[in-house]
Design a protein. Structure first.
Length: 266
């Protein structure tokens, strides 16, 4: 808070006091004329005149000081007004900048939401495609990817997983499927025969679509192919020698050679 001196007396007040002093002096002069050359009266008149002169001088000095104080007050108020106007201008500029940033953020948020909606639609399509492919996969591969494939939502709208988690799960399953499809994989399995007996067989998977097995000392053999509802295995004991030869070549137990095996696509 700024402390300011009191406002000075106006020139009108100064003139009023001067007039009062003049009247006093005039009265004293008249009294002196009527009393004659009285020394005491003259001295009293001079004292009154001197007092009036001091009062006039003091009033004049006070008015000058008050005028300077008033000018200082005006200058101070002018500077405070200019400072306030500058702060208001700065605040308005900050508000305008904030409004601009907010508009940019709104546009960016709308763009992000549109991108997220598009990504959600794409990942839902990928999940549906992978879920539809699972029954066609070989059993060992399905078991291998089961910890992740079971996380794929049957109803994408009810999924509680984050978008990045859903993409990561789909990509993991697709990578494993792609890896299996470009390789020939050999597995040991227990297969149930038509007579109900169980035989341990060596199964050779050629990618995702074909499979061959043999076991039981070369007496049991068969072929398999992927279908929409799962793998279909067909006994083919007459192919036991060829399948055993292919498996031996795969295991580096025999020299590489061409082996003729049937292929069936369902």
């Amino acid at each position: 808070m700024t402390l300011l001196p009191p406002a000075p007396r106006s020139p009108a007040a100064y003139r009023a006091r001067a007039a009062l002093a003049a009247l006093v002096l005039g009265g004293l002069a008249a009294a002196q004329q009527s009393a004659g050359p009285d020394v005491a009266a003259t001295r009293a008149a001079l004292e009154k005149w001197a007092e009036a002169s001091r009062l006039i001088s003091k009033e004049k000095k006070d008015w000058q000081l008050g005028r300077e104080a008033l000018r200082d007050r005006i200058d101070l108020l002018r500077r405070e007004t200019e400072a306030m106007q500058k702060r208001i201008a700065d605040a308005e500029a900050s508000i305008a900048e904030a409004d601009k940033k907010r508009a940019e953020l709104v546009v960016e948020d709308e763009r992000r939401r549109a991108t997220e909606a598009q990504l959600l639609q794409q990942v839902a399509q990928l999940e549906a495609g992978v879920l539809g492919l699972l029954p066609r996969l070989p059993e060992p591969l399905r078991e291998q990817i089961k910890p992740v494939s079971q996380l794929l939502p049957a109803n994408p709208d009810e999924s509680k997983q984050r978008l990045d988690e859903r993409y990561r799960n789909v990509l993991f399953v697709c990578r494993q499927i792609h890896k299996w499809n470009r390789e020939i994989t050999l597995k040991s399995e227990v297969r149930t025969m038509p007579d109900g007996s169980s035989v341990e067989v060596a199964v050779m998977y050629v990618g995702l679509g074909q499979g061959y097995y043999t076991g039981g000392g070369g007496k049991v053999a068969g072929t398999g192919t992927a279908t929409a509802s799962g793998w279909l295995w067909t006994p083919a004991n007459d192919l036991a020698a060829e399948i055993a030869a292919a498996i031996a070549i795969l295991k580096n137990e025999r020299v590489a050679a061409f082996v003729r095996l049937p292929v069936q696509i369902l």
